[in-house]
Design a binder for this molecule. Structure first.
Ligand SMILES: Nc1nc2c(ncn2[C@@H]2O[C@H](COP(=O)(O)OP(=O)(O)OP(=O)(O)O)[C@@H](O)[C@H]2O)c(=O)[nH]1
Ligand SMILES: [Mg+2]
Length: 321
């Protein structure tokens, strides 16, 4: 490919992110890179770029903002070479993601003092799987983990978490189906503090009879946690399904308000060619993206890094030498 002569990746390859973004890289983002093989930067290039970015799920607002920044930069720096414009686009994409990660709080893990993560999101986005992945992630860093089956709405949800607990060798606090989630969470908090685990991961329901009930339940669960420890939960992680595109954003806003979301995990990135959703999330929600799910295996979780992400959209294991 001609563009590989001009463009160099600026980060170290991150295998999981690269694999997770393979569909995006081989699809729309390859077309985006190919636009810059043209001989000049003209209006047509911007128009084609706009269409592709929207197609990649950046959303209209984010696409327009990104293109405005690119145009300004091209003008300001007197860029004539499309290859240079492509580098400028890369930098603007990184800047956009960095803007949202800037307000990411540094996570302080103390040995024996539970760091509480409440995991929320619409049904089927990947909450329970993300909890298993996070448990594994923390175990790999030498931290002890406990899980709480706060989704008492579905019997299968409790079983699913127990299966993960057995597989990972971590205790799971659960009640019977239909029990009050606040009561399970209460027990979970107590057990975590009594046993001095490092990490407490709380699963929640994604579906209840109404959205109102769901939001009220999450607020209640938060209150139960805070009654134990006012500064907990240290992390309220919203799991968004990358394959649902712009719909995910609408849901995300609802959760952000009701549950006090602090971090976002984008699950199922491997299942979509529309890796642009991260930009829409970053710009339109302003909530830091902390993790990405890149497959169904328990190890398919990566920390989110703006530069690595953007580079993996354009360069990867399928790049020509
Ligand atoms: N390919 C892929 N599949 C994923 C990923 N994360 C989760 N899944 C799959 O998505 C499906 C739903 O995942 P769950 O973790 O059960 O989702 P949930 O949000 O807990 O669902 P509810 O409890 O019903 O609300 C499962 O089949 C998972 O294997 C991912 O990163 N990549
Ligand atoms: Mg679940």
């Amino acid at each position: 490919m001609i563009f590989s002569r001009f463009f160099r990746r600026q980060t170290q390859p991150e295998p999981k992110i690269e694999a997770g973004l393979r569909k995006s890289r081989r699809g729309i983002f390859r077309d985006i890179a190919a636009l810059f093989e043209r001989s000049e930067i003209d209006e047509e290039l911007y128009e084609d770029l706009e269409a592709l970015l929207i197609q990649a799920d950046l959303g209209v607002e984010t696409t327009v903002a990104l293109l405005d920044n690119l145009r300004q930069r091209v003008r300001r720096e007197g860029i004539k070479d499309p290859a240079e414009a492509r580098e400028a686009l890369r930098d603007e994409m990184v800047a956009l993601l960095e803007e949202a990660t800037r307000n990411r709080k540094v996570k302080i893990y103390q040995r024996g003092v539970p760091f509480v993560t409440l995991v929320v999101g619409v049904n089927g986005t990947g909450k329970t799987t993300t909890i298993a992945k996070l448990a594994r992630y923390h175990q790999d860093q030498g931290r002890s983990v406990m899980l709480v089956a706060g989704d008492t709405f579905r019997a299968a949800a409790i079983d699913q978490l127990k299966v993960w607990g057995e597989r990972l060798g971590v205790p799971v606090i659960s009640h019977t189906p239909g029990a009050d989630p606040g009561a399970v969470v209460f027990d979970g908090m107590q057990a975590a503090f009594n046993r001095g685990v490092d990490i407490l991961l709380i699963d929640t329901a994604g579906r209840l009879h109404t959205k109102y009930n769901l939001m009220e339940e999450l607020k209640k669960v938060r209150r139960v946690i805070q009654r134990h420890v006012p500064e907990a939960p240290q992390e309220v992680l919203l799991v968004i399904d990358a394959t649902t595109g712009q719909n995910g954003l609408v849901q995300a806003r609802m959760f952000t308000e009701a549950a006090g979301v602090t971090d976002i995990a984008i699950a199922k990135l491997d299942g979509t060619a529309k890796g642009g959703i991260a930009f829409a999330i970053a710009r339109e929600l302003g909530t830091p993206i902390s993790y990405v799910g890149t497959g169904e295996k328990v190890t398919d979780l990566a920390e989110f890094d703006p530069e690595t992400y953007v580079d993996a959209l354009f360069f990867g294991d399928d790049e020509e030498a």
